[in-house]
Design a protein around this ligand. Structure first.
Ligand SMILES: [Cu+2]
Length: 137
């Protein structure tokens, strides 16, 4: 009985750790992630950026270290609507992705801080695509 309880606690702790890892790493695959390089994948869809419609704020969250080269691969999987992609300071002009389009932003994270990641064109789920974050620490 006691052993089962301990095993349950261990299992729950493992689940929490996994969930925390996923929450802090919107890039599910994490390909090409090294000390000097980080890659993230953002999927824009009917459910926002990486499911942001169903998440709290901020979402998605990307955390990197100053000096890293950061690649953010953005894809619009929405079959109907265009969506935008903007990163304060690093991509202020923003880009528009039509349905099916992809865009890759590569930046040198030279300035520390928290930068907002958001959609810069009107869409029906616009409000859910305003609170992404890129944190350079
Ligand atoms: Cu929008």
């Amino acid at each position: 009985m006691k052993r089962n309880l301990v095993l349950s606690i261990v299992a729950i702790a493992a689940l929490i750790a996994a969930a925390t890892f996923l929450a802090l790493n919107p890039s599910a695959n994490g390909t090409g992630t090294t000390k000097s390089q980080m890659t993230f994948t953002l999927i824009a869809s009917r459910t926002g950026y990486n499911g942001s419609v169903n998440m709290g704020s901020p979402w998605p969250v990307m955390t990197v270290r100053q000096g890293q080269t950061v690649t953010i691969q953005v894809k619009n999987d929405d079959p109907v609507e265009p969506h935008g992609f903007t990163v304060t300071h690093y991509l202020d002009s923003g880009v528009t992705l039509r349905p099916g389009e992809a865009y890759t932003l590569t930046l040198l994270a030279d300035q520390k801080g928290t930068f907002r990641v958001y959609c810069n064109i009107f869409c029906t789920i616009h409000v859910y695509m305003q609170n992404g974050e890129l944190t350079v620490e």
